[in-house]
Structure formats: C-alpha cells, structure tokens
Design a protein around this ligand. Structure first.
Ligand code: ADP
Length: 187
C-alpha cells in the first residue's frame, strides 16, 4: 500500500472511458469514497461537470472533444503532481485522445480503465435521459449511436458493469489507483 503522505511516490490517475451510462461516474464516486476512507486525497474530474464550467465553450465535434480531453488531462497532471489521486470519468471516445492523455499525464501514472457495458444496457439504464432524447432526434453526435466509440484494445483494467456490482468495481479501481505497479506503457 502506498503511504498517502509520501510525495516522493507520485499519485496516479485512473482514466475511466466508456459509453454514456456505462457507469463511469458511479464507479468514480464509489472509488473516491473508498479512497478517502483509506486516508488518501482524491479528486474526481467528471466530463459532465467539466462541460458545465471549464469546458462550456466546447462542442462535440472531434476537435472540441479532443480539447475537452486535453483540459481534463492537464488538470489530472497538476493534481497528481501535488500528490492527489485522480479519477477521470469521461467518455473520451477515441484511442488517439486517450493516448494523448496518457502522454500528457505520464505513462507511469496513467491507468486506462474501460468501463464496459453494451449499448443496449446503457440505453436501458439511461440515467440522464439522454438516449431517449437521442432517439427523438434531439441530440446529434451522440457517442455509440451517431458518433464513434473506439473500444480500448488493451486497457489496464476492464470493468464489466453488467456483471460486477458497484462495490466490486470500486474496489478494483481503488486497487489499481493505489497499488498497481504502473509501468511505463506504450502510448
Ligand atoms: P456514465 O458516467 O458512464 O455516463 P453513470 O455512472 O452516470 O454512467 O450511470 C450509470 C448507471 O448505471 C447508474 O444509474 C448506476 O446506478 C447504474 N449501474 C448499474 N449497475 C452498475 C455497476 N455495476 N456499475 C456502475 N453503474 C451501475
């Protein structure tokens, strides 16, 4: 277990990618709770919240989505530099965007987590009512429906939320965040 006060050992970032409704926010919140209970400093960077503030100037085309990811990665790096663990919950649909985030944060600190649920499951959950709006034609460029989601071919961790409970997923995340030997990985 990493000593929470040992700044010589930098904190890491778990980057949760997956379709809307896959469970990124739910798992990030649950893992952050466990992390705080264990005495560590942790911050959640949530894509939906970013879009209400820091990234409200951005749209949903590829260029703006990439900028959205870049800003989140810059924030994560700053926080990690100060010994704060980070959970990023962001669709981040393209491999190139996630590779850029890995490079920016540093491969040794970055853990790509695929929060996996098929489209039908996400659509059935529809926690924000977005899929219903998409099917009514009210939302364009929606990942998994009208814009691409590139599945990570080799994530550091894959959490199938149709099979795992939230608690099981959160403990897996905590484990990867705090004690995984984050190795230099190819971007
Ligand atoms: P995302 O952040 O990926 O858009 P959310 O976390 O907002 O997704 O919503 C996921 C929904 O799925 C929530 O309503 C959550 O309660 C539900 N859910 C059901 N099972 C799980 C699970 N095993 N892990 C995470 N979320 C789950």
């Amino acid at each position: 277990m990493i000593d929470g006060d040992d700044l010589s050992r930098p904190a890491s970032t778990a980057w949760l990618t997956g379709l809307s409704g896959a469970g990124k926010t739910t798992l990030a919140n649950a893992a952050a709770h466990l992390c705080r209970q264990a005495g560590y400093s942790v911050c959640i960077i949530d894509g939906d919240q970013l879009r209400q503030g820091l990234c409200r100037d951005l749209g949903f085309d590829i260029s703006d989505r990439s900028e959205n990811v870049r800003r989140a990665a810059e924030m994560a790096r700053l926080l990690n530099d100060q010994g704060i663990f980070v959970l990023v919950a962001m669709i981040s649909p393209l491999k190139a965007q996630r590779a850029a985030a890995r490079q920016l944060i540093g491969a040794a600190r970055f853990c790509e987590v695929h929060v996996k649920a098929d489209l039908a499951t996400c659509e059935r959950r529809d926690p924000k009512g977005l899929y219903a709006r998409v099917r009514q034609g009210e939302v364009g460029q929606f990942t998994g429906v009208s814009s691409a989601y590139e599945v990570p071919p080799a994530p550091d961790l894959s959490l199938d939320t149709a099979r795992l409970t939230v608690t099981e997923g959160a403990f897996c995340l905590l484990d990867v965040l705090l004690s995984a030997q984050l190795q230099e990985a190819t971007p």
